[in-house]
Design a protein around this ligand. Structure first.
Ligand code: TLP
Length: 344
């Protein structure tokens, strides 16, 4: 049977045989009682990698972000965030529904805000206004085409928030990609945020799992809200072991995904009616515009299915491709040939 090439997201990876073998041997216990040794090991490992006092294992990146927002804010507070960010656009309105916050969305090129833009958005201390409490940033930035947050910008934002008594949450679902691409260690990025969420089930290839990290006091609050959100899990050492395996074996290889994404971008650039700049492809995400093809993203996605390739239409005129563990160099060449037929 021919294998479909799935470029829709790095969430589609399947656990490798070696990962499954590790999972089958995992030691487990009831993690709601704090008795799962594998979960505890994963939490300690990730806290250490991020240079934070503690970390908590949760089912998804969405829950990780929303627990952070809930734990940092009070209902009625305002959270400053970039307009195309994940927590604002792709988490089902959870910020309003679960934390009663409102987002103050700022537009920024490729998702990267700078301190000055944030400073201008911070509300004055006046009872007419909501209280600005939290800044959320995303590294890498999904809708920004996998853009890496320059660490100097993160540092400037963090320093600004400290001078104003505010907090920073970093959505680091793909922080591993940023780290591998730049050589900057995860804890070096994480020092510029009060809390960080990271995912194991995207580029790292685990079937499930994210973590929230921060100070011990903050993680105690997150733990309480995880219970409230129904995210307390029992013998989940089975899945935590997949996460530990991924941290050991699947971080360095993200470089291959980045090379594959770059190759896709360079190949697509050769097609006349496609608009993208390969130098903007810094990690494993390629977003390009198809307006000039006079076809919609959805029509192109349908046409690519005839070549057994799955892609993601973003709005009417954009397409997103994401490279990952289950996409080889050869798959990329096959995909480029198919794009040539569909768009050339
Ligand atoms: N992103 C998914 C979809 O939800 C769009 C994807 O295919 O890219 N933060 C960022 C930056 C993300 O990209 C995602 C997932 C999440 C958080 C949420 O993670 P999950 O899907 O585990 O809730």
């Amino acid at each position: 049977m021919k294998k479909w090439i799935d470029l829709r997201s790095d969430t589609v990876t399947r656990p490798t045989p070696a990962m499954r073998k590790t999972m089958s041997k995992a030691e487990v216990g009831d993690d709601v009682f704090g008795e799962d040794p594998t979960v505890s090991a994963l939490q300690e490992r990730v806290a250490k990698m991020l240079g934070k006092e503690a970390a908590l294992f949760v089912p998804s990146g969405t829950m990780a972000n929303q627990l952070a927002i809930k734990s940092h804010t009070q209902p009625g507070d305002e959270v400053i965030i970039e307009a195309t960010s994940h927590p604002y656009n792709f988490e089902g309105g959870a910020g309003a529904a679960l934390s009663g916050i409102q987002f103050n969305c700022i537009k920024a090129t490729r998702g990267i805000l700078d301190a000055q833009q944030i400073e201008e958005a911070i509300r004055p201390d006046d009872h007419h206004f909501p209280v600005t409490r939290l800044i959320c940033i995303e590294n890498t930035h999904n809708r920004g085409g996998g853009a890496i947050y320059p660490i100097d910008k993160m540092a400037d934002i963090y320093r600004l928030t400290k001078s104003k008594g505010l907090l920073v949450h970093l959505d680091g679902a793909r922080l591993w990609n940023a780290s591998v691409a730049t050589g900057i260690r995860p804890h070096e990025y994480a020092q510029w945020a009060d809390s960080v969420s990271v995912c194991l089930s995207k580029g790292l290839g685990a079937p499930i799992g994210s973590l929230v990290a921060g100070s011990r006091i903050f993680i105690d609050r997150v733990h309480r809200f995880r219970k409230m959100f129904g995210g307390g899990m029992r013998q989940v050492g089975i899945i935590a072991s997949a996460g530990l395996y991924a941290l050991d074996h699947h971080i360095e290889r993200l470089k291959e995904d980045h090379q594959n994404a770059k190759r896709l971008a360079v190949g697509l650039k050769e097609l006349k009616r496609v608009s993208l700049d390969p130098k903007h492809v810094e990690t494993n995400i390629v977003i390009f515009d198809v307006t000039e093809t006079r076809k919609t993203g959805l029509q192109i996605a349908e046409a690519m299915k005839h070549h057994e390739i799955l892609i993601h239409a973003f709005g009417k005129t954009q397409i997103r491709l994401v490279t990952h563990l289950d996409v080889s160099k050869e798959d990329v060449e096959t995909a480029l040939k198919a794009f040539k037929k569909v768009l050339g």
